[in-house]
Design a protein around this ligand. Structure first.
Ligand code: NAD
Length: 279
């Protein structure tokens, strides 16, 4: 069994990004990312802090917009419009989830798709299915980079993606389809999940339910990617029963240290790409 080590691949990528940022600065362009956080959700605060710290480490300029949870949808959108017009800002990220009185779709649609480094704008979601978005969403993009790094062939492989969320499962299945894999996208209403997962050459779980994927549910030699993040007694855990599943898997991501660090690396990559595009 080989660990798909997202921590070390992300470190390597961040070093490369840092060098490119330095080069860009010499040409007078300082890549900038605006991170918007509404309210005080502790998990969101943690993610925002991790993202801004990662920017700092590679020399990307980050602007934090922290707004009270009472902010109106229109006020939030007016801040986004201001950032759309700011040439110092190359990427705009709105940390999700938003408070219930704010319509997520409306906010995401307000972001200039050329600065949509999360890849959630309908323009990028639509062009993703054709295989040429301006930005790929960071989590599935990071998983594709792991496959590339470990030379995991996708063409013709039977892939099962568990979890059909907009952030991971759905874009992941589109990216894998574009890479010529045969993809089955499963979710909470899928019948006989085990029937599907046990036939997969590659299994990706993006649900957020600890121990959802057990040893009996995977094929010998399967490649297993665990996107889920849950906390049990303060300890971060994925969807996969690592101890059991790793005995059958050929490759497997650890949690933490697998997909999470790759997601952040891809955000930096997308911001750098946007800054290069702006020249
Ligand atoms: P989501 O929360 O939008 O959707 C969850 C999906 O799981 C839904 O399609 C639902 O139908 C499905 N589901 C729920 N229970 C199920 C079950 N018992 N069997 C099969 N399917 C089931 O998805 P998301 O935003 O991609 O988040 C999923 C998980 O991945 C969360 O734990 C989140 O924290 C984590 N996540 C991690 C990273 C990272 O960088 N590591 C990035 C994004 C999301």
């Amino acid at each position: 069994m080989v660990l798909l080590d997202g921590k070390s691949l992300s470190k390597k990528m961040r070093e490369e990004i840092k060098k490119e940022v330095e080069g860009l600065k010499k040409q007078g362009v300082i890549p900038g990312l605006a991170v918007m956080l509404v309210g005080e959700n502790p998990a969101s605060q943690l993610y925002v802090n991790m993202k801004t710290k990662a920017c700092e480490d590679v020399g990307i300029y980050s602007i934090n917009h922290r707004m009270p949870k009472e902010i109106s949808e229109d006020e939030l959108i007016s801040v986004i419009k201001m950032l759309n017009n700011n040439p110092m800002v190359h990427g705009i990220l709105v940390q999700l989830p938003l408070p219930p009185h704010i319509r997520e779709e409306r906010v995401i649609e307000a972001i200039d798709y050329k600065k949509d480094v999360d890849g959630f704008h309908p323009y990028n979601v639509g062009t993703l299915s054709r295989g040429n978005p301006m930005f790929y969403p960071c989590t599935p993009f990071g998983i594709m980079k792991l496959f590339e790094e470990y030379k995991i062939e996708l063409k013709g492989k039977d892939v099962v993606v568990v979890g059909a969320g907009n952030i991971t499962g759905k874009p992941m299945s589109a990216m894998l389809t574009n890479a010529d894999a045969t993809v089955q996208l499963c979710h909470i209403h899928t019948k006989n999940l085990k029937d599907k997962t046990s036939k997969a050459d590659i299994l990706i779980s993006a649900v957020g339910k600890p121990h959802l994927i057990t040893q009996e549910m995977v094929k010998e030699g399967c490649v297993v990617v665990d996107v889920g993040i849950s906390k049990i007694n303060g300890k971060v855990t994925g969807d996969v029963d690592f101890e059991g599943v790793s005995q059958k898997a050929s490759y497997i991501t650890p949690v933490p240290g697998g997909v999470g660090p790759m997601t952040i690396a891809m955000l930096l990559y997308n911001t750098l790409k946007s800054a290069i595009n702006s020249k």
